[in-house]
Design a protein around this ligand. Sequence first.
Ligand SMILES: *[C@@H]1O[C@H](CO)[C@@H](O)[C@H](O)[C@H]1NC(C)=O
Ligand SMILES: *[C@@H]1O[C@H](CO)[C@@H](O)[C@H](O)[C@H]1NC(C)=O
Ligand SMILES: *[C@@H]1O[C@H](CO)[C@@H](O)[C@H](O)[C@H]1NC(C)=O
Length: 675
Amino acid sequence: MTPVTRPHMATAALLLVLSAVLKVHSAVYRVEPEPTAVLRGQTATIRCSFNSLSPSSIVEWFGPPNSQHISQGTTVAAEYPRHRVVGDTSRGNYELQIRRTRPEDEGMYRCRTFPLPPAPDVKLTVVEPLSGPPDIVGNERPQSAGQGLTLTCRAVGGRPPPRLTWYNGTVPFRLPESAHNTSPQNNEVSLSLAIPFVSRWDNAANFSCRADQGLPTLVEPRTASKILSVQFPPEARVLVTSMRVKAGHSVNLTCVVSSNPPAVVTWQKLGEASVVRGEVRGQSLLISNVQKSDAGVYRCKAENGVLPDGLARTTLDVQYAPDIKATFAEKVVVLYGQDGYSLDCTAEGNPQPIVRWRRKGTNFYLNNPLVLSQVTYDVEGDYACVASGRGFPDVQKETFIDIIGRPDVLGRSGQTLFVTEGTDATLVCEVRSDPRPEVITWLWRDSNGKETIFLGAEEDSVSVREVPMTGGRRSTLVIREVGAGQAGSYVCKATNMFGSDQREFLIEIQDSQVLLITVVTATVLILIVVTVVTVLLVRRNRCHISDQESVASSEPVSKPMPPLPPKHGPMAQAQEKPREMSLELDELDGTLKPRPPPRLDKDPYSIGLSYPRLIHALPAYSVKDQQMKTSDNNSPLDDSGNPVQTREGSGIESWKLTEANSRRPPNYHEIHVLE
Ligand SMILES: *[C@@H]1O[C@H](CO)[C@@H](O)[C@H](O)[C@H]1NC(C)=O
Ligand SMILES: *[C@@H]1O[C@H](CO)[C@@H](O)[C@H](O)[C@H]1NC(C)=O
Ligand SMILES: *[C@@H]1O[C@H](CO)[C@@H](O)[C@H](O)[C@H]1NC(C)=O
């Protein structure tokens, strides 16, 4: 211990002794009275208890009115028959009990004992609940949007008077204190809510007024509410501004309307005075089995008596399959040689269909309108106009393009043939024509200018024969064992009602001896120069042709001939025909009879071969189509298997040749042939 602490300890001990002496001689509050609330009619108890109360001490209660003396000890004044002092007095408990509380019991209460200074006065509140919920005045009739509105909430009775609060839904309005109106005479409290102008959004809003007495343990707050009715003009809108539907289906056009009072919806099709087609069900217009004519703009109108009316519009787009108009017949006749013939196809549909052409049996599309430049017989055939609309199957309309006109003699004119003396020369003219040529004639003009006409029949070893072929006729002139004097120009000419066409062949006769010498010389040269086996083969080929002494064409011979057609199909059938015919066919094969042309690259210089001229002007063929056509051309017989026709008639005639319709400038205008 230090000397410094010693006086402190002495002071503490003194205080302890003093407090013990005071405790014995003076009481203290153990429980001071507290503010108390009680429902009217119930029993109220205000607590008050002391410690160290000497037996001689007296506890008193004072209370309303005017802090009168209520009790002394446990003795209660006669004016307070409902008051009692309860509790264990030996333990210092003096609780004031008031039974069947009345409003006049409310006031300030005091509990004290001498000489202790009294505890603060406490208030006893006698609570009287509201007799009912508050009531709301205002908006008895519906308000119109834009108008002002005052709602008043009034609560009558209640102790203490309630505090009122207005709510919009769950959101309280913070109103100024001045809005509160208390009139104690009527025991009434009111609060007014003034809305400068109501909007359509206030319609059906829940405005409530809450009256709260502030004693949640004793009385529940009371609430009144009002659902506002605000009238406003209809507001209409459509769910979809543009509907797309296929013809035949159903459609539901719906107009969504917000209005108070409820609106009546009517539908109208713009631009049409008549009643709209369809069934109106509530705010929807149902159109079943939609037609093309139903397409358009639809307007819904909503009316509820509050102007303006609500309007909304939606567009109905009706889609339907393409429909090809009858702009062309089932058969179209086009003149041969016509340039720029155009066939137009129009189709209607929604969406707008794509219109194209297709030649039947092919897969290629041609543009619409179908334009034929330099019409040839190859163009003839079945065509279809195809209209394709998105979402619908293709629609087509067919037509047969029939080409008519003057004959067309196929092949190049003015070619020279070198024929070895003593061999046969065969000249072939293929004529396409519609109507079929009235006559196909052969004219020979020898080196002296003398002209002879062959009309058929075996005469002077010259024969003319005609066979049908696809789309025309084939005329063949055969000169047997060509003599030296038979050189010259040979012209075949086909004529029908529309005009004529012709083709000229120049025949030059080669001395067989000269040819032989040439061949031998060539062979010797070959033997000298032999170096490569392939070269030898090429030369041998040439020898082979020479040996056969067939008609040489003007073109280089080095080019290998196309393979012979297989001996089946039409050829096989031909072999069963009379022997003469088979011979004829074999002969043709060996000379100028058209070879099966290479499929896509026909040699345009082969003599007497038919090939489509002006290929560029043609609609595209499929490969299959091409094959079909070429095989037709190869057939020595027509489809019906008609035998080769040989025209009767004398070999020499006098005739006049007019070249007006011929494509080539004529070499002569008038020919008179003598017998
Ligand atoms: C009441 O509440 C609604 C919904 O929140 C609101 O649209 C409206 O404006 C409010 N009205 C007033 C007067 O505040
Ligand atoms: C309106 O609001 C009050 C208070 O929130 C509620 O008691 C009352 O049921 C509501 N009224 C309606 C119709 O919703
Ligand atoms: C039409 O459409 C509206 C909106 O989608 C719908 O409420 C209504 O039931 C429909 N009516 C019919 C008959 O389908």
